[in-house]
Design a protein around this ligand. Sequence first.
Ligand code: ADP
Length: 357
Amino acid sequence: MFSSSRAVAVLLGISISFITIAFLSLFEGVPVAAIIVTGIISFSVAYLLIYLTYRYFIFNEITRINQLLKKITDEDLKFTIEDVGKPNNPIKKLSKEISRYAKVKEEEIKELRKMEVFRKEFLADVSHELKTPLFAAQGFIHTLLDGAISDKNVRNRFLKKAGKSLSRLDKLVQDLLVISQMETGTIKMYYSHFNIYDLVQEAFDQLEDKADKKSLKLCFSNNCPTNIYVYADKQKIFQVLLNLILNAINYTKESKSTITVNLIEQKGSILITVKDNGLGIPKEDISRIFERFYRVDKSRAKDRGGIGLGLAIVKHILEAHHQKITVESKVGVGSVFSFSLQKGIKEKAFVEEHTDH
Ligand code: ADP
């Protein structure tokens, strides 16, 4: 009965005009014609006012809310909050709240869908990465068992290859473990004050052989301060440095070129940059290289023994320090990876070093 604004307006209009007529009839001497005209006028005015109020303030909004709810049910969430206009009455407000709620849910659904795709890709990547070295090691060992073991030359070669495949597998599992611990927050952070110049030097020493093999030089930039301290988790920052410098070595062609680390004092922080003149990274890949298993060019990374987890680990470690890693790169020119760490205190580093032992 009250299914449309018109029906409601007619009903209320009749009621109001009836009450008006009844009221006027109480007075003696009021002409019948005047009572009828007043009845008609009061009906018309009441009808118009009620109809417009219902139509524009209640029915339209309820229809809009229904449409919104239908969209939410159908998961058709491609609308904007502006669709419902500015809220100047409670129903409009409700309508706006529902659309805002739907917007939040839309974001959640999008995120969940992205995570689902990500999970599937991750599972496929992990299985693929595990399978490759495992099958390789298995192949070498079976060949040896099938008789090749009696040939000393083949035996040594195959055992070395199987060992290399298993080391790759071990590295993959270790890296995955680090990432999963960082993501679940189960890795503890051990903050201390330490000299970052010395730590970079340690990383250089560890990677010197690899750089030498490609005739690459690892060095600090000119005027780089040596007496420079940060407050961070030393072991994890060492891992960050190793990953960045190793990438710089891996993705630079054999040449006489140099990989340069710079340490720049800033207000309250130290900026650390690792620069190479290597292959560079295409613009469209830059935002993705920190994803797990993302490689710019799978073949070029594989040649260099990359698994695609190094930068994901770097990102996680720096996020745990509430810092971000940034990269500037140009294909054929080279890349610069930069991050900041909280400035440390030399005196505290000295005390910590001497209480450690
Ligand atoms: P990977 O184990 O493959 O090196 P990373 O996560 O360390 O994995 O790096 C992801 C990808 O980013 C690499 O496969 C490579 O394509 C690109 N990349 C990383 N560092 C550099 C660099 N210094 N120069 C050029 N490309 C780089």
